[in-house]
Write a protein that binds this ligand. Structure first.
Ligand SMILES: [Zn+2]
Ligand SMILES: [Zn+2]
Length: 242
């Protein structure tokens, strides 16, 4: 009698064998715990705080144009590795389980969700928009929430955000997006994969505010801590003339 061949599942992050009771999962319990470990965060900007507080000093002093930010974790290992795998190796199937974990943190989803658009050549290169995949997955468990993926338009020919410093990112996004349709909701959630400086979601929130949206939430997988935001490398002059 032939015994069935049992191939153990391997964790997509650390490569170790997944316990047979969790073989339906993409990652092992240890990696899963690291992804969902909750720390003290400002409810508004999503950045970590030293003490248990609702709103950090910076948000009290200068409130962002949104009310609440929900994120799974900081943009560090293991989520940073997973997001790089999703983007560079097009492993889009890793996104829905992360979106479901994020959904678990949101007790009362907004009645409307909107996504951050990509321009057409970015979309052609990657083949999918992370923001849209996350939003579709969250929408599956919230049938009362309307999902609008084409409310914003992203213009071409704006420099990539990661090539710019913080001030330049803020200036850059002001030319990068425009509002395509007027939403018919007073409470809207903007879905993004990673919030780095917050320049993009700030501008999108301001566009929604201008047309009368009263309450805005941000749902993102990761929040980049301020000390991890890299400055762009200075341009090296190649002119050798003296
Ligand atoms: Zn693992
Ligand atoms: Zn804050």
């Amino acid at each position: 009698m032939k015994l069935p061949l049992i191939i153990p599942s391997l964790c997509h992050l650390c490569g170790l064998t997944i316990d047979s009771t969790m073989s339906h999962q993409l990652w092992c319990q240890h990696c899963q715990d690291q992804m969902t470990f909750q720390v003290k965060r400002c409810r508004c900007c999503g950045l970590q705080t030293e003490t248990q507080t609702v709103t950090c000093g910076q948000c009290l002093k200068s409130p962002p144009p949104w009310q609440r930010m929900y994120c799974l974790a900081d943009y560090r290992y293991p989520l940073s590795t997973l997001i790089q795998q999703i983007k560079r190796q097009k492993r889009y199937w890793l996104l829905p389980p992360l979106a479901r974990m994020l959904r678990g943190l949101i007790p009362h989803p907004a009645p409307m969700m909107v996504t951050v658009p990509m321009n057409w050549h970015q979309y052609l290169l990657r083949g999918f928009n992370l923001s849209e995949v996350i939003a579709h997955e969250i929408a599956k468990s919230t049938p009362q929430t309307q999902l609008m993926s084409d409310i914003f338009h992203k213009h071409s020919r704006t420099p990539r955000q990661k090539t710019l410093d913080k001030a330049a990112r803020l200036r850059n996004v002001r030319h990068a997006f425009s509002l395509h349709q007027h939403p018919k909701a007073h409470h809207i959630a903007i879905i993004d994969d990673v919030v780095t400086t917050g320049a993009t979601v700030r501008h999108l929130s301001e566009l929604l505010r201008e047309v009368g949206v009263e309450k805005i939430d941000i749902y993102c997988l990761c929040r980049t801590p301020n000390d991890s935001i890299k400055s762009p490398k200075p341009q090296v002059a190649h002119n050798t003339r003296k």
